[in-house]
Design a protein around this ligand. Structure first.
Ligand code: 13P
Length: 288
């Protein structure tokens, strides 16, 4: 199956009261693990690529071609969207050119008028090309690719302003942050989520910072209109812990244990296990 826009899968998720996972990719092992797990569980999936990860993987064109090649060679039949995560204005155009099927324009740090103008322009471009577009209001806190945000709660009126421009999904800050949550994190602001939902109507909402949010909060967020949940750090932590264990047990020193295909196998399995667990919690299993 060719790459698809995220629009249809998210509308189905919103109506069916489940969420589609966006799992960020960092390399070939990540991509393969996520695609294989989605296929095994018959779940739609969104592969997220930050600008930093795109650069690391030798550019957005390399990423798009790798993903398209894997979909064909691994005979993936479930819907897959390849999505730019937290894109700059310039990054959006690069990914459109590279063949991504979905784009996030993160204008959350711009004055609202500039966020509106740029989002509006990108709505026109993405609509014409059949790509889905995500916009953000209220910066998501924590650190991602060296960018540190504070975990704001979005202004519901600003959310409506951006949603009305015709984007396909909206990320609204509700106290969520990227990376690990601190011990004194007060939790998601469901009052903000409910107020945003009331203003934006049927617009599928996106929850960033999916790592470490307790299951009951995830389920409540889905019940209040969240249809896409982003996960990155949790796969990284699982991969690293499994790789550390392999080396600490001295397995790289036995036979051909140094072969990267062996060295990276436990970490790869750990990503699969993490993605499976998340898809089960999000309710997307069997929804492809
Ligand atoms: P985590 O790294 O906290 O899972 O967040 C991922 C994310 O929101 C990507 O946009």
């Amino acid at each position: 199956m060719a790459l698809v826009s995220a629009k249809e899968m998210l509308e189905k998720a919103r109506d069916g009261k489940y969420a589609v996972g966006q799992f960020n990719i960092n390399n070939l092992e990540w991509t393969k693990s996520i695609l294989q797990t989605a296929e095994e569980l018959k779940s739609p999936v969104i592969l997220g690529v930050s600008e930093g990860a795109g650069k690391y993987m030798a550019g957005f064109k390399t990423v798009a071609n790798m993903v398209k090649g894997m979909i064909e060679c691994l005979e993936i039949t479930v819907p897959v969207a390849l999505h730019l995560d937290h894109g700059t204005y310039e990054g959006c155009y690069k990914c459109i050119d590279a063949g991504f099927s979905s784009i996030m324009f993160d204008g959350s740090k711009l004055p609202i008028e500039e966020n509106v103008a740029k989002t509006k322009e990108l709505v026109g471009v993405c609509n014409k090309l059949g790509l889905s577009l995500e916009a953000e209001v209220g910066a998501i806190g924590g650190e991602e690719d060296g960018v540190i945000g504070r975990g704001e709660c979005a202004d519901p009126d600003e959310c409506k302003k951006i949603a009305d421009l015709g984007v396909d999904m909206l990320a609204a800050g509700i106290g969520n942050i990227h990376g690990k949550y601190p011990a004194d994190w007060p939790g998601l602001s469901f009052d903000t989520l409910a107020a945003v939902k009331k203003k934006v109507g049927k617009m599928p909402l996106v929850l960033h910072g999916g790592t470490g949010i307790p299951t009951d909060m995830i389920k409540k967020a889905i019940s209040l209109g969240v249809a896409k949940i982003n996960v990155n750090t949790e796969c990284q932590l699982a991969f690293t812990a499994a790789t550390r264990k392999y080396i600490e047990e001295g397995k790289d020193l036995v036979g051909k244990g140094f072969d990267p295909r062996k060295l990276l196998a436990p970490g790869t399995q750990a990503i699969k296990d993490t993605v499976k667990e998340k898809m089960e919690i999000f309710g997307s299993v069997g929804k492809a």
